[in-house]
Design a protein around this ligand. Structure first.
Ligand SMILES: Nc1ncnc2c1ncn2[C@@H]1O[C@H](COP(=O)(O)OP(=O)(O)OP(=O)(O)O)[C@@H](O)[C@H]1O
Length: 269
């Protein structure tokens, strides 16, 4: 599958973004967020529970409004200005609860990714079918394609949902904790797959995760959302060397070793 024609070198740009909730129980969750995610790279959003990762991803995907600042795609378009269909042609979202497939086959689930491109008839063209097959190929999913989606394992489902997202031909692929239900080898495989897709198709891939050691190893770029509502961005090595990872996650017996990208748990005293 080739890179979509609309990709550029800029990807996703956040400028002084404020996220949070309006209303009686609303509050600012984080502010002053300025960061970039580039095409061809895997950017991982990490941070402690409640820091605002899901809130930020929803804001980036246009699923909730920002409280301030700008979220822009490669050509400077604000996501909040795009209508639903235009947004779905440029931004694909994978969350664990984002699909209720009934008895749809895995191939039919991937086909849902073509929805933003279909005419009123809802009928897929030969080109749509070709893109669906290429998307299934990209995740090595042909052996799963005819099976009911609901019968697949969590790891297989994640691959098919990634294929559905690819079928949208997005420039930005956003995944909220995509590895949370996977075993250790599947986590590594799925992240490697995302990185390959980012590179080969020049997609900007942004995922959130609590798998800190894994993200330190697989991500090209990290966004670290701190408990104080600020964001630090840089390569895993840069954040480790600056002490940002330890400052955010060291607690009690747990300390981050910046030389080896691992967390150590001290013996109980
Ligand atoms: N609908 C809502 N209205 C008001 N506050 C909310 C709402 N949803 C989430 N919050 C609050 O926003 C903050 C950030 O939540 P969010 O789910 O974005 O964090 P997170 O980093 O994804 O957390 P976790 O790692 O635990 O999934 C939390 O304090 C949460 O209580």
């Amino acid at each position: 599958m080739s890179a979509p024609s609309h990709v550029s070198a800029t990807g996703l740009i956040l400028s002084d973004v404020e996220i949070g909730y309006r209303g009686r129980h609303g509050a600012t969750v984080a502010s002053g967020i300025t960061a970039q995610a580039r095409p061809g790279e895997l950017t991982a959003l990490i941070g402690p529970n409640g820091a605002g990762k899901s809130t930020l991803l929803r804001t980036i995907c246009g699923l909730q409004p920002s409280l301030g600042g700008r979220v822009e795609l490669s050509d400077g378009t604000s996501v909040e200005r795009l209508g639903r269909t235009a947004l779905a042609r440029r931004v694909a979202v994978v969350t664990t609860d984002s699909v209720d497939p009934g008895r749809l086959s895995a191939r039919e689930v991937v086909g849902l990714g073509r929805t933003p491109y279909l005419a009123m008839t809802g009928k897929m063209s030969a080109a749509d079918h070709r893109i669906v097959e290429e998307s299934i190929d990209a995740v090595a999913g042909q052996s799963l394609a005819a099976r009911p989606f609901i019968d697949l394992s969590d790891g297989e489902k994640q691959r098919i949902l990634a294929a559905r997202a690819l079928a949208q031909e997005p420039e930005l692929l956003v995944l909220d904790e995509p590895t949370s239900h996977l075993d250790a080898p599947s986590r590594v495989e799925f992240c490697d797959l995302l990185r390959t897709l980012a590179r080969e198709q020049q997609i900007t891939v942004l995922l959130s995760s609590h798998e800190l050691e894994l993200m330190m190893r697989v991500a090209d770029h990290l966004w670290l959302l701190g408990p104080d509502g600020t964001m630090a961005a840089g390569s895993p090595r840069e954040l480790a060397d600056r002490g940002d990872i330890g400052a955010t996650f060291d607690r009690g017996r747990l300390t981050f070793d910046p030389d080896h990208f691992v967390f150590n748990i001290a013996e109980e005293r």
